[in-house]
Design a protein around this ligand. Structure first.
Ligand code: 8X3
Length: 248
C-alpha cells in the first residue's frame, strides 16, 4: 500500500465551487494531487480551473441528478478515471434555520436530496473502482449537526445524522479492503453556507455569524481533511470534530 496524498493520486471534491470544497481542492493541488472539482456554479469553477492549471479538472455537476452524475463520471478523460480520494462536500441548508412547522417542504426535500441522497449517489459510483484497485479514501463532510441536534434545524440535523450513519456503516463494509472512510465534523464555518441558508439575505446571515465570537475558515477544515488523508495507509482517522476556539 502506498501513501495517498501524492502526485500519483486523483481526488474528486464535490461542491468545489466555494467554501470548504474550494479550499480543499486548492490544498490537495498544492500537495500535487490532481483534483476533479464538481459543482453547480460554472463561473466559480472556471476561476478554480484557472488557478489549479493542469492539476485541476472542473465539471459542472449537480449531485441530485442521477443521470448527470453517471454521465459525468463515465465521460471522464482516461487519465482522470481512477479516483483515489473522494471528498463528499456538497451540501446546504437553504431555507433552513426555521422552526420545522415553518419550513418549506420543497426546500427541505432538497436538503435531503443533496446532503444525503446526492452524497450516497456519488459514493456509489466511485466505490466500485476503489474496490477494484483496493485503494481509496472517502471523506464525508458531516457537521457538529451530525451528533448534536439543535432547534430550527430539524431537517438539516436529520441530513447530517444520516451522513454519520452512512459513514460509520460504509466503513464497516469496507473493512475487508484498504479503503479508508473518514468523517469531518466542523462547527460554524465562515462560508457562503450561511448566506445560502438565509437564501441570500446578507443581513440575516451576518447576524447569525456575528452571534458567534469566532468561526472556522474553509482552510481550517481543508487542513483537517489533508491531515486524515496524509496518515500512513495503516492509520484510519474515523472522525475529526472541529470547533472554533472561543476567545481566539
Ligand atoms: C453547519 C453547522 O453551526 O452552521 O454544519 O449550523 S452550523
Amino acid at each position: 500500500m502506498t501513501d495517498i496524498l501524492t502526485s500519483n493520486s486523483i481526488a474528486m471534491v464535490t461542491g468545489a465551487s466555494s467554501g470548504i470544497g474550494a479550499a480543499t481542492a486548492r490544498q490537495l493541488a498544492e500537495r500535487g494531487v490532481r483534483v476533479i472539482g464538481t459543482g453547480r456554479n460554472s463561473a466559480r469553477l472556471a476561476e478554480l480551473a484557472a488557478e489549479l492549471g493542469d492539476r485541476g479538472l472542473m465539471i459542472e455537476l449537480d449531485v441530485r441528478n442521477e443521470a448527470g452524475v453517471a454521465a459525468a463520471l463515465a465521460e471522464l478523460p482516461a487519465p482522470w478515471r481512477d479516483i483515489d480520494i473522494l471528498v463528499n462536500n456538497a451540501g446546504h441548508d437553504a431555507g433552513g434555520w426555521r422552526l420545522f412547522q415553518d419550513i418549506d417542504r420543497s426546500e427541505s426535500n432538497d436538503v435531503i436530496d443533496t446532503n444525503v441522497t446526492g452524497l450516497i449517489r456519488v459514493t456509489s459510483h466511485i466505490v466500485p473502482g476503489m474496490i477494484e484497485r483496493n485503494k481509496g479514501h472517502i471523506v464525508n463532510i458531516g457537521s457538529i449537526s451530525s451528533f448534536t441536534p439543535y432547534p430550527k434545524s430539524a431537517v438539516y440535523c436529520a441530513s447530517k445524522f444520516a451522513v454519520d450513519g452512512f459513514t460509520q456503516s460504509l466503513r464497516m463494509d469496507m473493512s475487508d479492503t484498504a479503503i479508508r472512510v473518514t468523517q469531518i465534523d466542523p462547527g460554524v464555518v465562515l462560508t457562503g453556507f450561511q448566506l445560502s441558508r438565509y437564501k441570500g439575505d446578507q443581513a440575516a446571515a451576518d447576524a447569525f455569524v456575528d452571534s458567534y465570537p469566532t468561526g472556522l475558515t474553509p482552510d481550517d477544515v481543508a487542513r483537517s481533511i489533508c491531515f486524515a488523508l496524509e496518515q500512513p495507509p495503516g492509520v484510519m482517522i474515523d472522525r475529526i470534530v472541529l470547533e472554533p476556539t472561543q476567545g481566539a
